[in-house]
Design a protein around this ligand. Structure first.
Ligand SMILES: N[C@@H](CCC(=O)N[C@@H](CS)C(=O)NCC(=O)O)C(=O)O
Length: 135
């Protein structure tokens, strides 16, 4: 019975995934404009960040759309299919829950930020201004 339920949800996910990804693509916001120097500085700051995510997770989609709107080049790590990323999330982050933003500022301990709303607010605080660099 448990196997049947698991297969059922797997099938539902399989059917829904392309629609969710298509919808994400169709509704992806346009990136805010920055000049080349500002974007370079933002890109440098984004090298300290990595988003652990699943491709068809609605909370991850919400975060990815905000990343697109803010024009951020943040590495995305698929913790659903990549066992190494999944282990990192479980062992270093503390739980396999996505989205999770790994923040590794030079000279500071690595932090793992869970909760889509908190991740979005972190990104907005640091990057939602075409003239600022990360604080
Ligand atoms: N409140 C969380 C919900 C995140 C969530 O439920 N993510 C699901 C995937 S869509 C997950 O990681 N599930 C695995 C688990 O809870 O163990 C957020 O907004 O980020």
């Amino acid at each position: 019975m448990r196997l049947f339920i698991r297969l059922f949800f797997k099938l539902v996910r399989l059917i829904l995934t392309p629609f969710m990804l298509l919808s994400e693509w169709l509704t992806r916001p346009k990136a805010i404009a920055r000049d080349a120097a500002q974007q370079l500085s933002v890109d440098e700051n984004c090298q300290n960040l990595a988003l652990y995510q699943f491709s068809a997770c609605p909370f991850c989609i919400k975060v990815r759309k905000e990343i697109a709107r803010l024009g951020l080049n943040i590495e995305k790590r698929n913790a659903q299919h990549n066992q190494q990323y999944r282990n990192e999330l479980a062992e270093a982050g503390g739980k396999v829950k996505v989205p999770c933003l790994r923040v590794s500022q030079p000279g500071q301990p690595v932090t793992w930020l869970y909760e889509s709303a908190d991740i979005i607010s972190y990104l907005q605080r640091h990057f939602d201004n075409s003239t600022v660099t990360a604080k």
